[in-house]
Design a protein around this ligand. Structure first.
Ligand code: GLA
Length: 394
């Protein structure tokens, strides 16, 4: 369901009640940060390339109030037994395992960036499935970063918050993610995808409103799970760095012609570099089509992205490949895996009138293979992170 203003206000009001129940005090506010879907541009962010994500209507709510000391207190509705209370001054990278490391890491990274944040109570709630490739971690970081900045009256520019949230994940939690997810959560706008040049940090809003063209972008959570912290993501980053070095380039973004890749003698590095080069081109072409109002024609690019991630980057997984085949055979315009790989979700672009048939095709393929049923998630391009006033009681 889309987090419209009324729903967000109702969530904020319920959050205030949970906060009061947990801490015996009223909160000072609630901040909501969305998860994201990356339309196209996968594994390009840490290669200085282009990405094109949009914000989901689902996200993470951080209900917060200052304490007047140096302690950060953390509770999550999703982890009833997992609370923490630690002094911000004593935080050390790697010291807090599990979900609490993300918000604690944000407080640490704010201080490291020179922002004087003090003790705070946080109550977290989320309607994003974890491990589904929809950036639940970035949503958590961004909601907390915005809450900390606002409550301490710090006018931190949004892009600096992006870097702080990424630093929390890279250096405090120890997950080597790029910059896409935090950018999407903090910078996206409703009805738009966000074109981000990860080299220059330049952004542009690109119109993306499938419903207006009689289309639907369907998110299919395949149910397969693999955390980013697993080795596959880091090893792909390492391979991309090696490929760039072997080509004498600062990053794979600097490849200007596919013929340059023939100089890579290692076929594996050649495949990795080919994915990054062709994927950047697909992002640019997708943006061109979206700006020309030709959304339906982007389907072939989505499917080509999937094939490249499957064959050249080798990060797809059986449920994703089966879902992409099922939906394209059932008439989807295009489909691909999204996120870091090895588990999570697939997106499919289809005419609204074909939606029921396309969902049924994945259901029956998964049931034929005796896999757990997939989960379908609405993907309306929605607003980026914001403070949500609590609405009046119903
Ligand atoms: C994860 C990372 C992002 C990006 C994608 C792959 O979502 O957090 O930074 O690298 O994988 O495109």
């Amino acid at each position: 369901m889309t987090v419209g203003a009324a729903r967000a206000a109702a969530w904020s009001r319920r959050g205030a009640a949970w906060f009061a129940g947990a801490y015996g005090a009223a909160p000072e506010g609630a901040w909501l940060a969305p998860g994201r879907v990356n339309l196209i541009g996968e594994h390009t962010d840490y290669n200085d390339g282009f990405v094109l994500p949009f914000a989901l209507g689902r996200g993470t709510l951080a209900v917060a109030g200052r304490r007047g000391d140096d302690i950060i207190e953390l509770r999550s509705r999703q982890v009833p037994d997992g609370g923490e209370a630690v002094s911000i001054g004593s935080l050390q990278p790697g010291a807090i395992p599990g979900w609490a490391g993300y918000p604690a890491g944000v407080a640490w990274a704010m201080r490291e960036a020179g922002h004087p944040v003090a003790g705070i109570r946080l109550l977290i709630d989320s309607d994003l499935p974890r491990g589904a490739g929809l950036s639940s971690s970035a949503a958590l970081e961004c909601a907390v970063a915005l809450a900390l900045a606002d409550l301490h009256g710090l006018a931190v520019p949004r892009f600096e918050l992006v870097l702080i949230a990424q630093r929390a994940e890279n250096d405090f939690v120890g997950v080597p993610c790029g910059i896409m997810d935090q950018s999407a959560s903090l910078l996206c706008q409703p009805g738009q995808a966000l074109l981000l040049d990860c080299r220059t940090a330049e952004t542009a809003a690109v119109p993306f409103d499938p419903a207006a063209s009689g289309l639907e972008l369907l998110v299919i959570d395949t149910g397969a799970r693999r955390e980013l912290a697993d080795g596959g993501y880091a090893s792909r980053r390492g391979e991309c760095d090696r490929a760039a070095r072997a080509l004498g380039l600062g990053s794979l973004r600097d490849v200007t012609d596919i013929s340059q890749l023939a100089r890579l003698t290692d076929p594996l590095l050649q495949r990795r570099a080919r994915h990054v080069f062709t994927e950047n081109q697909r992002v640019i072409e997708t943006v061109r089509l979206l700006r020309a109002g030709r959304l339906g024609e982007t389907g072939a690019l989505l499917t080509a992205s999937h094939e490249s991630l499957r064959d050249d980057f080798e990060i797809s997984w059986p449920e994703a490949d089966a879902a992409v085949s099922a939906v394209t055979e059932a008439g989807a315009l295009g489909a691909r895996m999204i996120g870091g790989g090895f588990g999570g979700s697939v997106i499919a672009l289809a005419a609204q009138r074909d939606s029921a048939r396309i969902r049924a095709s994945v259901d029956s393929e998964f049931s034929r293979r005796r896999w757990r049923p997939p989960r379908f998630i609405d993907a309306t391009p929605s607003a980026g992170a914001r403070r949500v006033p609590a609405g009046p009681p119903p």
